[in-house]
Design a binder for this molecule. Structure first.
Ligand SMILES: N[C@@H](CCC(=O)N[C@@H](CS)C(=O)NCC(=O)O)C(=O)O
Length: 229
């Protein structure tokens, strides 16, 4: 009864959540669409990051626009699953932290990561947002403000044995609500902005249960039901 009430109240707030997520995409001037890489990496790239970080967003937009597959290791504040690994690997707890196992390269700076991705895997050498320099950083801060603190602070969860798979582009307002939850729950997932059939609609595949789910709201309910702590 209490759970149904909470779910019902959550549903009432859902339109506000979606409008604020749309606002975040508008404030980023629509950056972070879905792409197809010019070069397919042999092994997936790895990114340690969190959704509520404006610098991480710059890196995620490049991942989304180039369309490269990436293993996302969410590091929300207070997270214990992946966060501590970053200082072990790179020497400091700073996000985003990026690894390309194909080239034996790792780096911290968001704009360096974005430039590297366009140059190595993209069909173009940069994005308009990157060319805006400091204005890019400022707009990214606004994008984060629009989402309040979603995708920033850890919440209790169970850890799946195998990483999940998620399709959805960075600028997608609905896809963002899923990535924020995956982040808060510290759930590791392979992320691709566009699937093989060209669709960029939010879709989750869970190899642990064999489930494949479309639609942001359904995916979030599934994640909370299956891995909520
Ligand atoms: N110059 C760096 C700045 C990165 C940065 O300051 N990231 C913040 C998060 S938004 C951070 O790592 N803070 C430490 C923490 O979250 O523990 C970049 O552009 O990537």
């Amino acid at each position: 009864m209490v759970l149904s009430m909470i779910r019902f109240i959550g549903l009432l707030f859902e339109p506000i959540n979606w409008v604020l997520s749309l606002l975040a995409s508008v404030l980023r001037l629509g950056a972070g669409g879905a792409g197809k890489p010019a070069v397919e990496p042999a092994q997936p790239l790895i990114v340690y990051e969190f959704e509520g970080c404006p610098y991480c967003r710059v890196a995620r937009e490049a991942i989304s626009e180039t369309g490269v597959p990436v293993l996302m290791r969410p590091c929300p504040k207070g997270g214990k699953r992946f966060r501590p690994r970053v200082s072990e690997l790179g020497g400091k707890e700073q996000f985003p932290y990026f690894i390309d196992p194909n080239a034996n390269i790792s780096m911290y700076e968001s704009t360096d990561i974005a430039r590297y991705l366009y140059k190595t895997y993209g069909k173009r050498w940069s994005s308009t947002m990157l060319l805006l320099g400091p204005i890019n950083g400022m707009l990214s801060q606004f994008g984060v403000l629009a989402r309040l603190i979603r995708g920033t602070i850890v919440r209790r969860s169970l850890s799946p044995d195998q990483p999940l798979e998620f399709v959805g582009m960075e600028r997608g307002p609905l896809a963002r609500t899923v990535k924020e939850l995956l982040c808060e729950m510290e759930i590791e997932y392979y992320w691709r902005s566009r699937s093989g059939d060209g669709s960029s609609a939010p879709k989750l595949m869970d190899p642990n249960t064999g489930r494949s789910i479309s639609g942001a709201f359904k995916i979030r309910s599934y994640l909370l039901k299956t891995y909520g702590g």
